[in-house]
Design a protein around this ligand. Structure first.
Ligand code: MRU
Length: 351
């Protein structure tokens, strides 16, 4: 894999097909370091520690990861293989709770095994390999379609705001919220893009600002608390964000801070678009209140930027990694199937 950000792949099966290769997102933008993950433990940790992150990328990584784990299940017995495969799926699924793409991808891999009863283990492994690579390729195709649909919502010269990183680094290619930016850039749309830094882990500063500027786009980094000002200044024509789970009533979980941006957008009359593959819609979760929001370590808030601690020792910390944006605040959800604005009736929309 190349070290040029524009050519690089977020994740891939290595040439020998014995490791999942990821760019370590905790090291960006200063260093492009690749990790070769071989064991299920290494893959679990890479997801948990955000070395690979972003809802679709987590799903892709888990699919390739569980294929690699299947190579290590040394039995010829189908029942034994299926039992150990299921245990591995449960284990990988425990790495992060909020993005439904993780369980969605693992369920697809599990379905391959369930439907292959009677086949030899080498045959099943080969089917698993194909499914994992299909999931990754579908991610690329879907993101491109999301971008094409989102292009119908913008005009050349628009000011666009985004939060967190729903970019190429969060998917296999194009990103979800950034697909419109990549495709528009190819058409010479000259967007003026504002990237929220995204406290506490700075995915906006470290990843979004990095990948969009590397692609030659006009991107301006702002602190999260500046979003209101740039909107008030009239610089933002539309907000595009990604998401980790859409509940059946259209409520959306995305990176902490997203709901605040949506409230601001509503106040200033700016359209607020959520971009996601339709696999992110979870009809088994009735409303946003039912979404499991990941809580992360206090250290992410207290020790982020300085070698020395930047908060008093033993201070209480609340560090939810995601929040829920109520569907009333969302202008439309853009999936590979199209633009859906009737969010209260997601079930009756064909998406
Ligand atoms: O904690 P992260 O960095 O995995 O959070 C990522 C986000 O919230 C993204 O906006 C979301 O996963 C969509 S990625 C296309």
């Amino acid at each position: 894999m190349s070290t040029n950000i524009l050519d690089m792949e977020t994740l891939a099966l290595d040439e020998e097909e014995r490791a999942l290769v990821i760019i370590d997102q905790t090291k960006l933008p200063n260093r492009a370091e690749y990790l070769h993950l071989k064991t299920q433990g290494e893959i679990w940790t890479a997801i948990r520690e955000l070395q690979v992150r972003g809802a679709p990328a987590i799903g892709d990584a888990a699919a390739i990861g569980i294929y690699l784990a299947a190579l290590e299940i040394d039995t010829d017995d189908y029942d034994e293989f299926a039992r150990r495969f299921h245990a591995t799926a449960d284990y990988l699924n425990s790495s992060r709770p909020t993005a439904v793409n993780l369980s969605w991808a693992l369920n697809r891999m599990e379905a391959v095994v369930k439907n292959a009863a009677g086949k030899s283990i080498p045959e099943i492994r080969s089917l698993l390999r194909n499914e994992a690579l299909r999931i990754k390729q579908e991610d690329i195709d879907i993101c491109k379609k999301i971008g094409e649909h989102a292009l119908t919502l913008v005009k050349p010269g628009y000011g666009l705001l985004t939060h967190c990183n729903a970019g190429q680094l969060a998917t296999a290619k194009y990103g979800t919220a950034t697909a419109v930016m990549y495709l528009g850039h190819q058409k010479g749309y000259n967007f003026k893009i504002y990237a929220d830094e995204t406290r506490p882990l700075l995915q906006g500063a470290r990843l979004t600002a990095y990948e969009l500027s590397a692609a030659g786009m006009d991107v301006t980094l702002i602190c999260d608390n500046m979003a209101s000002t740039v909107m008030k200044n009239g610089w933002i024509d539309a907000v595009f964000v990604g998401c980790d789970r859409v509940a059946a009533n259209g409520d959306v979980a995305n990176k902490i801070g997203t709901s605040g941006v949506a409230i601001l957008a509503k106040h200033y009359g700016i359209p607020f678009y959520v971009c996601a593959p339709s696999s992110t819609i979870d009809m088994n979760t009735p409303t946003g209140k039912d979404i499991h929001i990941e809580q992360r370590a206090p250290k992410e808030v207290t020790d982020m930027w300085y070698k020395e601690r930047m908060a008093p020792k033993d201070v209480n910390v609340y560090n939810p990694a995601f929040d829920v944006t109520d569907h009333e605040l969302i202008t439309a959800i853009v999936t590979e199937e199209g633009v859906v604005s009737d969010l209260e009736h997601l079930t009756s929309n064909k998406i």
